[in-house]
Design a protein around this ligand. Structure first.
Ligand code: SAM
Length: 469
């Protein structure tokens, strides 16, 4: 399949001299129209499937592994993901392969068994946040921040489906993080950029590109980095990435960072057959890693990692008026039977909702709640109506549920009907709350009444498209 894709001449000219840039093959791969589709499997959910990763082949045409990541797979073709109930169950995330290289930056610069406080500063729609959540330990914290409100709600949806208990979604301006000096051990800034790396996949974005847009993006990247930087602790890791090929947004940002702050550039080990190009910035000789679609199976991407040498450790200050309160004894008693005995969480009250958060991260939760706008924290367990819990969708997506929770398994057609928030018919099921499952994975809640079944799938997440494949 070919296309008439014309890349901007000014872009091609600006890339002359960039190591690894070969104009002919670069243009050819864009003209070819070839599409690479890949997914990253959620290890926490794969563990719930009786056949483990093998179960994924039911719905996904897996063709091979992505070499720089443990749970990433290439697909032979792009299926209609919307009609795969496993996607809605958070079993995998559809993500471009090159961006999964973030895993190498994490594994090679950090001890991932340690308790870490991680910030994803430009997080929506959540590709890298879901990845970070799978990489860190269960006593580590991930704060996923997205400044744009509508995008923060997509981020929340994807993270709720992913099901991690140790995640907080915030909707703040980067400058708000100055109230958390030295708090984070790791900071990922996957900055908004001019987007040239995605031209093969999204040719319509070509029209938006201009040398002026590259300049504006470069300035914005500096502002975002400068705003977030004080929240990184001494010795912390900063990972910076873009999906732009332009030196102004890549090498020049490395130079700017190293000239402005006290940072050490961290080289990463590459395998020869990965096809990734290592570069060094012209001024400070900081390392960067660039991905060209004519040299590997993935889109354009750039990443650089640093260690912060200045700053300090974080000092806790307890707030006199904490924003979150612990759940009462009665509330706790109503909720506990729904949770696994070894859930290891504390219960908190956020307005009407009760939420569960890892007990080992109590202090961190309070600090974040006192300083930022919490869009979602941990697992929303539900609301109490008297002493009865109305369970939340977030609880169904979590790994906290008691093994004895009543569950009904659905075939694909019925699962899709449920995900459209239509009537589902369940015979022989006991009345009361029940989980609906597909291939061992929960899809959400129903309430079974003597004469009908109420579908509790979140209205705004329901499948709107008709069809089934
Ligand atoms: N990391 C995401 C992922 O892997 O799914 C993609 C992030 S995207 C490249 C950049 C994000 O930065 C967008 O969600 C955008 O809304 C956000 N953004 C835009 N302007 C921003 C700003 N001034 N400060 C912080 N974030 C911004």
């Amino acid at each position: 399949m070919g296309s008439d894709m014309e890349l901007p001449v000014a872009l091609l000219q600006s890339l002359e001299g960039v190591p690894g840039f070969h104009r002919e093959t670069f243009e050819a791969v864009h003209r070819s129209g070839e599409q690479v589709t890949s997914v990253r499997v959620n290890p926490a959910k794969a563990a719930l499937l009786a056949a483990g990763i093998e179960s994924y082949t039911i719905s996904l045409p897996i063709s091979g592994k992505i070499p720089w990541t443990e749970n990433g797979y290439y697909l032979k073709e792009r299926p209609f993901f919307t009609f795969d109930p496993l996607l809605h169950a958070g079993a995998y995330y559809v993500q471009e392969a090159s961006s999964m290289f973030v895993e190498q930056a994490m594994r090679q610069t950090l001890d991932l068994n340690q308790k870490l406080r991680v910030l994803d500063g430009c997080a929506a729609p959540g590709g890298k946040s879901t990845h970070l959540q799978s990489l860190i330990s269960s006593d580590s914290l991930l704060v996923s921040n997205e400044v744009i409100k509508t995008r923060a709600s997509i981020l929340e949806e994807n993270l709720v489906k992913w099901g991690g208990t140790n995640v907080i979604v915030t909707n703040n301006d980067p400058s708000d993080f100055t109230s958390l000096p030295n708090f984070f051990d790791v900071m990922l800034i996957d900055a908004p950029c001019s987007g040239s790396g995605l031209f093969r996949r999204e040719p319509e974005a070509i029209a938006e590109w201009s040398p002026h847009a590259v300049q504006l993006c470069s300035q914005r990247q500096q502002r975002i980095l400068a705003d977030y930087y004080p929240a990184l602790a001494e010795g912390g890791t900063l990972i910076y990435s873009t999906c732009s090929y332009s030196r102004e947004e890549d090498e020049q940002i490395i130079d700017w960072l190293m000239q402005t702050f006290d940072l050490e550039s961290l080289p990463l080990q590459l395998e020869d057959d990965w096809g990734i190009v290592e570069v060094q910035s012209p001024g400070s000789k900081g390392y960067g890693y660039r991905f060209f679609p004519d040299q590997l199976r993935g889109e354009g991407f750039f990443l650089a990692a640093f260690r912060k040498k200045d700053g300090d450790a974080f000092h806790y200050r307890t707030s006199r008026k904490p924003k979150l309160q612990k759940a009462s004894k009665t509330e706790t008693a109503a909720v506990m039977p729904w949770l696994r005995e070894d859930a290891g969480v504390h219960l908190w009250k956020q307005q009407e909702q009760i939420l569960a958060f890892p007990a080992l991260l109590e202090q961190e939760l309070q600090v974040v709640a006192d300083n930022l706008y919490l869009r979602h924290a941990g697992i929303t367990v539900g609301k109490l109506a008297g002493t009865q819990l109305v369970p939340d969708h977030s609880l169904a997506m979590s790994t906290l549920l008691a093994p004895a929770t009543v569950a009904v398994s659905l075939k694909k057609e019925d699962a899709l009907q449920y995900l459209r928030k239509e009537q589902v018919i369940l015979t022989d099921a006991p009345t009361g709350w029940a989980l609906v499952k597909y291939e061992d994975l929960p899809l959400g809640w129903v309430k079974i009444l003597p004469n009908r079944v109420n579908n509790y799938y979140p209205s705004n997440w329901r499948i709107l498209k008709s069809g089934s494949n």
